[in-house]
Design a protein around this ligand. Structure first.
Ligand code: IPM
Ligand code: MN
Length: 325
């Protein structure tokens, strides 16, 4: 029986993740749940944002449903974002971020382990010069490209490799070359490439024109994927309905909505639970429950968020029960 570790995290994570768990439970599947702690409030209490016990619980489970954690804008000694730690610890190299709306239907496949997230930053000249190293490896570029190709094969068979190789000749150059080389083996795919800046503009134009034929699967490096996934979320209905999955090679998966902890609206019962519920659907897909995942997605897409977390959740559960087979 699959075991799911549930990490609420901070802020609205404490509201939207229980809502997603309610939806999962309403499906009456043989799933078991255990909760674990992580986040900024955990850090304030035990000086560790991702305690060892949490990692052990995650390690022993089949999937992890993760809410959101508050990341301070400025450096706080000893604090590390737990989602970044989880990605690193379980080598969750593939971040899947699908978005549908305003004509767009895209899947961003974001490299999740290196690039600008390599944590190689240093300070020189007494603090007047700061340097970040952007690590791009052939291995990580090839494995993310392969994952993106596999996803594109299951969709509209179109892949766009997004980079900035005209400026970042070495790092983006390597990513581009390796990704295109992998894609060349997939004869059924239509493959092209784009620069990150013009891709952002084209996505915005396509959403304005309601024409999503240009992009299907986009594969890109870590920070570009972070930014592009917020952009497409904004273009297709907002962060309130943007799910994501972090998938590893060894079967681990951490499922988290794209949105953050939203401290401004936390604790009021007004957060939109749909992103977390759509994220739970991605978790169901990964566990092999695709039919149930489709039911959850259909019910969620038909439900508007009217401003109350419990009411929206209830309405989605009601719709799911109407489609019960
Ligand atoms: C995301 C988030 C994280 C990231 C933050 C919380 C560290 O923005 O999952 O997109 O930058 O990857
Ligand atoms: Mn982000």
């Amino acid at each position: 029986m699959p075991l799911i570790t549930v990490i609420h995290g901070d802020g609205i994570g404490m509201e939207v993740i229980p809502a997603a768990v309610e939806v999962l439970q309403a499906l009456h599947l043989p799933l078991t749940f255990q909760t674990a702690e992580a986040g900024f409030s955990t850090f304030e209490r035990v000086k560790n944002a991702l305690p060892r016990e949490t990692l052990a619980l995650c390690e022993a489970s089949d999937a992890i449903l993760f809410g959101a954690t508050q990341s301070p804008m400025i450096k706080v000694g000893g604090y590390q974002s737990p989602i970044l730690s989880l990605r690193r610890y379980f080598d969750l190299f593939c971040n899947l971020r699908p978005a549908q709306g305003n004509g767009l239907d895209v899947l961003i496949v974001r490299e999740n382990t290196e690039g600008m997230y390599s944590r190689r930053e240093r300070v020189e000249h007494g603090g007047n010069t700061t340097i970040a190293e952007r690590v791009i490896t052939a291995k990580a570029s090839e494995r993310i490209a392969r994952a993106a190709c596999e996803w594109a094969m299951k969709r509209r068979q179109k892949l766009t490799v997004v980079h900035k190789a005209n400026v970042l000749n070495e790092t983006c150059g390597l990513f581009r070359d390796r990704a295109l080389a992998i894609a060349a083996d997939y004869f059924d795919l239509t493959v092209d490439e784009g620069l990150i800046d013009s891709t952002a503009m084209h996505l915005a134009q396509d959403a304005l024109n309601g024409d999503g034929s240009r992009y299907d699967v986009i594969v890109t490096t870590n920070l570009f994927g972070d930014i592009l996934s917020d952009l497409v979320a904004g273009l297709t209905g907002g962060l309130g309905i943007a799910p994501s999955a972090n998938i590893g090679a060894n079967g681990h998966g951490v499922f988290e909505p794209v949105h953050g902890s939203a401290p401004d609206i936390a604790g009021q019962g007004i957060a939109d639970p749909r992103a977390a519920i759509l994220t739970a659907a991605m978790l169901l897909d990964e566990l092999g429950y695709s039919a149930q995942a489709d039911r959850v997605r259909a019910a969620t897409r038909e439900t508007a968020h009217t401003g109350s977390t419990p009411k929206t959740t209830e309405a989605i559960i009601e719709r799911i029960s109407q489609t019960a087979s």
